[in-house]
Design a protein around this ligand. Structure first.
Ligand SMILES: [Ca+2]
Ligand SMILES: [Ca+2]
Length: 141
C-alpha cells in the first residue's frame, strides 16, 4: 500500500519591511509664519521639533522689561534662534554652533511682545529629537 504523500506548504514570509518609526507629534504646527506663531506657554518653556528640512517654528511671547530667551538644540544638531519685535522687525539672532543659543533685549516698557523663530542651520532637523525653548526669568550672578 502506497503511503500518501505529504504536502508541504511553504509559507513565504513577507519581506515587506514595515516602517516602525512613529514620528513624535510636532506640536504647534503649522507655525511656519508670524501669523501662525504659537504663544509660549505660561510655563515659559516648551519642547518641540523641527520635523522636516526647512521647518521653521514661530512663537509669540509677552515679556517685561527684560526679554531673554534660550534655545537648546537637540544633541548633535545645530538650531538657531531669531528674535523679532511686535512689529515683526528683526532684532537679533543667535546662530552659534553651541548647544545653547540666547537672544534678548531690554526695553523700558513694562510689557513687550516678541516673536521668536527656531530654524535648523542649513536645513538641519530631526522629527524625533526635541529642542527646548525657554524664557529666562531669573539670572543668578
Ligand atoms: Ca516644527
Ligand atoms: Ca513649523
Amino acid at each position: 500500500m502506497r503511503k500518501s504523500g505529504v504536502a508541504f506548504t511553504l509559507l513565504l514570509a513577507s519581506s515587506l519591511a514595515l516602517s516602525a518609526s512613529v514620528l513624535a507629534a510636532d506640536t504647534g504646527e503649522p507655525n511656519d509664519s508670524f501669523d501662525n506663531a504659537v504663544p509660549l506657554p505660561n510655563s515659559e518653556s516648551l519642547t518641540s521639533y523641527l520635523s522636516f528640512s526647512g521647518d521653521e517654528d514661530y512663537y509669540k511671547v509677552t515679556a517685561g522689561q527684560f526679554g531673554l530667551f534660550q534655545l537648546r538644540s537637540p544633541a548633535g544638531l545645530d538650531y538657531d534662534l531669531y528674535l523679532y519685535d511686535e512689529n515683526r522687525q528683526f532684532l537679533m539672532s543667535s546662530t552659534t554652533s553651541d548647544t545653547f543659543d540666547y537672544v534678548g533685549r531690554y526695553s523700558p516698557s513694562m510689557t513687550n511682545t516678541y516673536y521668536l523663530k527656531v530654524v535648523g542651520k542649513n536645513g538641519q532637523f530631526d522629527p524625533n529629537a526635541a529642542y527646548s525653548l525657554n524664557r529666562i526669568t531669573k539670572i543668578y550672578v
